[in-house]
Design a protein. Structure first.
Length: 278
């Protein structure tokens, strides 16, 4: 008779931190200029960031080039001088793309998967997630100041299971870097590309250098729109793992986060005098 042996303990692998050499000599000089002079970034609310690892939740804008997301992550790196890592998250299609995936990993981006986020938070890192995904990034320009989380509530369950607070993030201006005229849902469905790329939209955009284009891959250079971002009051969730199965509680937290982001965007939008110019 064979004596059963205990299964080896489960281990988690922490994601790589941003490559310090790459950050110092390439990423930082470029993004310092973009944040300070091109997008004229204003970012407030640093005093609201909890001391413990947190899950940041926000919206990102600008079609396939979400400059408000990149300026947030870079500003975090600069504010904490690289000493407190904020992992951005990206679609697995992008993480697997030759060259692009390598770049993402060099700056600390991780797959937008449950395992990836769980491992990062367990390692004491901060993570930012944009639940609205392509529905958020490729919303029409007339909805540029609308917080779209697309009813995706997995981030609430993630915060509960990981035992971390949620930090909502409000931002405006990113959707002035390109003008999304139509979300292109019919094109995504008709062409079949939406299914292959796991995206619901193929937006029709107006931007530079093409006054009219269908964007599957990036088809524009971002306009120098002023971006304003605010880190909002943290939301502390019940860390009992069973609460992740409580639909009413999950809905309550989701609504609280969406309301906070929308309220913040409304405040920031009142400070804008004119699209792009700010």
């Amino acid at each position: 008779m064979t004596t059963p042996t205990a299964a080896p303990p489960t281990t988690t692998t922490a994601p790589s931190v941003p490559n310090p050499t790459f950050m110092r000599y390439i990423q930082n000089p470029i993004w310092n200029f973009l944040c300070d002079h091109y997008f004229r970034l204003e970012i407030d609310g640093w005093h609201k960031v909890p001391d413990e690892p947190s899950l940041l939740i926000g919206i990102h804008s600008g079609g396939s080039l979400t400059m408000d997301a990149w300026t947030l992550v870079h500003s975090w790196y600069r504010h904490f001088d690289g000493g407190r890592v904020l992992h951005g998250t990206a679609h697995d299609v992008l993480m697997g793309a030759p060259g692009l995936g390598d770049y993402f990993r060099a700056v600390g981006v991780i797959p937008a998967s449950r395992d990836g986020v769980t491992n990062a938070l367990a390692a004491g890192r901060d993570v930012v997630v944009w639940p609205g995904g392509e529905l958020d990034a490729m919303r029409t320009w007339r909805d540029r100041d609308k917080a779209i989380l697309a009813g995706r509530k997995g981030f609430v369950k993630q915060a509960i299971r990981s035992g971390v607070p949620i930090v909502p993030v409000a931002t405006i201006g990113g959707h002035d870097t390109v003008f999304v005229l139509n979300e292109g849902k019919f094109l995504a469905k008709w062409s079949g590309l939406g299914k292959r790329l796991r995206g619901a939209n193929m937006p029709i955009i107006a931007g530079f250098p093409f006054p009219l284009a269908v964007e599957v891959l990036p088809m524009h250079l971002p306009l120098p729109a002023k971006i304003r971002t605010e880190l909002l009051d943290p939301i502390y969730v019940d860390t009992d793992p069973e609460r992740a199965n409580d639909a009413a509680y999950v809905d309550k937290v989701y609504d609280e986060v969406q309301f906070a982001i929308q309220s913040g965007m409304d405040r920031l939008a009142k400070r804008r005098s004119f699209p792009v110019l700010g």
